[in-house]
Design a protein around this ligand. Structure first.
Ligand code: NAG
Length: 443
């Protein structure tokens, strides 16, 4: 999700008091591991794509959520995990949600029953890429995994549109200034983690082992070394936004026969957004990817690129380069299937290029807010080995992943007739990308 700050928040004195920094003394091991659950939206109706509203609804496919507990006594809630926004809030209005029945399936926070709730005078309107929420801020006890955060500022919605679940925000302040201490800030100042850093391991919709680890990494969930890349400054990011932007230096494909094609020496700021189902790439890159699928067809209304579903069974991957690190997304993970139709998990966007869930499922990513670094590795699953993230410049351990690279899948014989092999003219070496004037800098 892509929130924009809509209204300046008037900080209540109660909130200001909470922001006083305290010495960090980690309690316990300073690692807070929390399962991340994939929630599938009802099957989208791709055939009804004549209707613009339908198309918007379809983009709301799979979402990743965490369970937390709020209040005293504790009430269990399910919130969307969003690396694209900083605020945490509960109780969307289901009547005006885009998926009312889905919304109603989740419990709401009954604040009248909590003895730990403290009210404030602060309110805000939070505007997202899809939907918005008007919230009143309160101070509450929030429990996530083994961490119990006291006096956390959370919003309680009194109006919201097009949002079916509350949101657990873990981005830095998008406009550069904290409105108040966010959840990650409070976990650090209350000594629950040693620094403001977490790792994210999203898994496929059918794999229940996804997790977010605050203050730690799991070396049983990736291959090789974690590559450290700077998080771009707001001056280097589209719209001057302070987000988890990282420079992507190339894109490419690995063909079913194992050969690769790539466009290098790019410098495209990409926003890592767990709240986005699809990835959004600059138009020339989107076009180069779609050209690879010679059997596919773009729907001009939605920009969805439809491909034969058999393509999912082909060996091969969509490749993203970050300096020396390559993250390969297998075709099976990059192509989205609904009701027997298949679309590439990518749409064109020149203003805010985003690597959403279709990318994050293939990556193990450590977000280090204190040092403003992003660490990336190819995700895998070979057991569990938690290592704490400390504090200071080298807080994130350089431990290599314990997993080894799986063999490249080979094309199955029954797909031999699928014509998704090499595009007739190698799109990635062609003119589409060479003239691209994309570099870090406000769009
Ligand atoms: C919130 O969304 C509703 C419904 O789309 C819209 O009418 C309203 O203008 C939005 N509010 C803001 C502040 O964007």
């Amino acid at each position: 999700m892509l929130p924009l700050l809509f209204a300046a928040l008037l900080l209540a004195p109660a909130l200001a008091a909470v922001s006083r920094p305290r010495p960090v003394v980690a309690r316990g091991d300073g690692i807070v591991r929390v399962p991340v659950n994939a929630i599938a939206a009802p099957p989208p109706n791709l055939r009804a794509r004549q209707n613009g509203v339908e198309v918007e609804n379809q983009r709301r496919g799979t979402r990743y959520a965490v369970d937390i507990e709020v209040g005293t006594p504790r009430q269990k809630l399910t919130l969307l995990l969003d690396t694209g926004s900083p605020d945490t809030w509960v109780n969307p209005m289901c009547d005006t949600a885009n998926l009312p029945a889905d919304c109603r399936a989740f419990p709401q926070f009954d604040f009248t029953k909590s003895t730990s709730l403290k009210t404030t005078n602060a309110r805000d309107v939070l505007v997202y890429g899809i939907g918005n929420a008007s919230v009143a801020y309160v101070l509450e006890t929030v429990v996530i995994g083994s961490a119990r955060i006291t006096n956390q500022v959370i919003g309680i919605a009194f109006k919201s549109y097009d949002i079916p679940l509350g949101i657990f925000g873990i981005s830095p302040p998008v406009t550069g200034d904290n409105k108040y201490p966010y959840v990650l800030d409070m976990m650090a100042t209350q000594g629950l983690i040693k620094s403001r850093a977490f790792s994210l391991d999203l898994r496929g919709i059918d794999n229940p082992n996804g997790a977010i680890i605050f203050g730690g990494i799991d070396t049983g969930k990736y291959i090789g070394a974690l590559a450290k890349r700077p998080m771009l400054s707001p001056q280097q990011s589209p719209g001057g936004a302070n987000r988890y932007y990282v420079a992507m230096t190339g894109v490419g494909v690995t063909f079913p026969d194992g050969t690769t094609a790539k466009a290098e020496a790019l410098s495209v700021p990409m926003f890592l957004d767990s709240g986005s189902t699809f990835s959004y790439l600059p138009t020339p890159i989107y076009q180069a990817f779609t050209a690879f699928f010679t059997d596919g067809q773009r729907d001009p209304k939605s920009n969805y690129y439809f491909v034969p579903c058999d393509v999912r069974k082909l060996a091969g991957s969509i490749d993203f380069y970050f300096g020396s690190k390559t993250i390969r997304v297998l075709l099976n993970d990059f192509i989205w299937e609904a009701q027997g139709q298949c679309v590439l998990g990518v749409l064109p966007n020149d203003d805010e290029p985003t690597l959403g869930d279709t990318f994050l499922r293939a990556a193990y990513v450590v977000f280090d807010q204190d040092n403003r670094n992003i660490h990336l590795a190819q995700a895998a699953d070979c057991g569990t080995n938690l290592v704490a993230i400390g504090s200071g410049a080298d807080a994130v351990p350089s431990s290599a992943g314990r997993c080894s690279a799986p063999p490249m899948p080979t094309a199955k014989a029954d797909n031999a007739d699928v014509k998704a092999a090499r595009a007739p003219s190698n799109a990635f070496a062609g003119t589409a990308l060479t003239g691209m004037a994309l570099g870090p800098g406000p769009a």
